[in-house]
Write a protein that binds this ligand. Structure first.
Ligand code: SF4
Length: 312
């Protein structure tokens, strides 16, 4: 499984059993935003899901600097590299759909050929756009390293999706195009959600929304426990915005390092009460710092790649 069949039948079954036997409390569904625990304690401030979930700074001095001191930071090189890989995933998913809808059903090898045609130029374009966000111009070696890894990721994904189309068509015979796309590339990338009822941004962007209302977050750095909070945040926001339950969340770690094939690690989460409560507590901690203009101080050990380092 790599971005193709994101939700395994085994996981879907586990979620179904969990919902039947345990379930999610009504007060912790996003649509209950107007009362109780979900109601934002501070009005008029709208946080990004990452302001809440990205707990790289153990004391949350980063949110104090951002919202109270008004410090604006530029992204670091690892953050920019992560942005590049996200854009490549979106680029390939959209490329597959564009190609199929404009040319009709084609064989997998032909689809692959079209997707990788000029992929070096496409990736270089993404990288140059993203590195412009850095404070200082990066060295050529860093740019070339990101381009090289990005191209490998692009080709790898193109191959996976092309094979996915072939696999589906070869087992089901001649089908209408919409069914092929829905089965082989069902992902909706950068899906917009209004999280404002929960005190979150009006323009949240879910990395991938998968059929069956599953939120997917793609991560490119090291695995961290708090990454699962992103899933709870997007699920709550989606429920608040659409009034539709979201019970499944998937974290995908992508590493496009030196190995010829990118590495993908998938973690599946049932979005139960515990995770939802953890997200809301983290949101309220951020609101408390902003409301009381409270400087939480520095931790014993800082996150080594913290973008606030020079302001702190
Ligand atoms: S430099 Fe340290 S204290 Fe300051 S925001 Fe970053 S991690 Fe937190």
């Amino acid at each position: 499984m790599v971005l193709g069949e994101i939700v395994s039948p085994k996981f879907a079954k586990r979620v179904r059993v969990f919902m039947r036997e345990v379930g999610v409390s009504e007060e912790l569904r996003g649509w209950s935003w107007d009362s109780g625990i979900l109601s934002p304690p501070l009005k008029g401030v709208f946080l990004g899901v990452s302001d809440v979930a990205a707990r790289y700074c153990p004391t949350r001095r980063d949110v104090y600097l951002k919202y109270v001191e008004g410090v604006v930071v530029k992204p670091t090189l690892p953050m920019v590299e992560g942005r590049v890989y996200h854009d490549i995933i979106s680029g390939v998913v959209l490329g597959v759909k564009r190609c199929l809808y404009s040319s009709g059903l084609v064989a997998g090898f032909e689809l692959y050929g079209r997707l990788v045609e000029d992929c070096v130029g496409r990736v270089r374009g993404i990288v140059s756009r993203c590195v412009r966000l850095l404070e200082e111009e990066p060295c050529v070696e860093d740019v070339e390293r990101i381009v090289e890894r990005g191209v490998r990721l692009w080709r790898f994904l193109a191959l996976q999706f092309s094979a996915s189309v072939d696999r589906f068509v070869s087992t089901h015979g001649s089908l209408d195009l919409d069914s092929v796309v829905a089965e082989a590339v069902p992902h909706i990338v950068e899906y917009k959600v209004d999280g404002s009822p929960l005190g979150l941004s009006r323009e949240l962007s879910v990395d991938v929304l998968y059929p069956g209302y599953t939120v997917v977050e793609v991560k490119t750095g090291s695995r961290r426990d708090f990454h699962r909070l992103y899933l709870a945040g997007y699920a709550l926001a989606f429920e608040a915005d659409k009034e539709i339950p979201v019970n499944m969340g998937v974290l995908i770690y992508v590493r496009a390092g030196r190995s010829p094939t990118p590495f993908f690690k998938v973690e599946e989460y049932v979005l139960g009460d515990e995770l939802r409560r953890e997200f809301i507590e983290a949101r309220d901690e951020v609101f408390e710092i902003i409301e009381n203009e409270r400087d939480p101080g520095k931790p014993l050990k800082c996150y080594p790649y913290c973008p606030y380092y020079k302001y702190c």
